[in-house]
Design a protein. Sequence first.
Length: 157
Amino acid sequence: MIKRLLTAAVLSLGLVTLAHAAIDAYTFRDEAERARYAELTKELRCPKCQNQDIADSNAPIAADLRREIYRMLGEGQSNQQIIDFMVDRYGDFVRYKPALSARTWLLWFGPAGLLLGGVLVIAMIVARRRSQGRRDVDVLSDEERERLAHLLDKNRE
């Protein structure tokens, strides 16, 4: 009896989450337009969710953006026109892959620069420690060497 109630509860929760899924019932003229719609909704980021594209987001703003893309496709606008409209309205953040420009060069090349800088810092630290280690070996004075030789000879006996 308890197993059936738990199973029913789990299934009910599953149905509730399905009811909130982002499902749009748009009709397209052809498969090419459907593919363009899918591509655009995967390429644009939800301004509210920030880590989801608008195709997968359940946020109301994502539904509005999907509706706007559908409308613009129906008007015959190109993908670039639609993307430009969204960037003008929401900024470069709305694109998962922002265009390379003076404002976004740090976004594109910053991670590589940080990685290269980290590698250089590590290389300098390793080189410094190696050279320091070599100098530390040769720091015994003549008196200390004689004493060490005497102690080693004493241990051999």
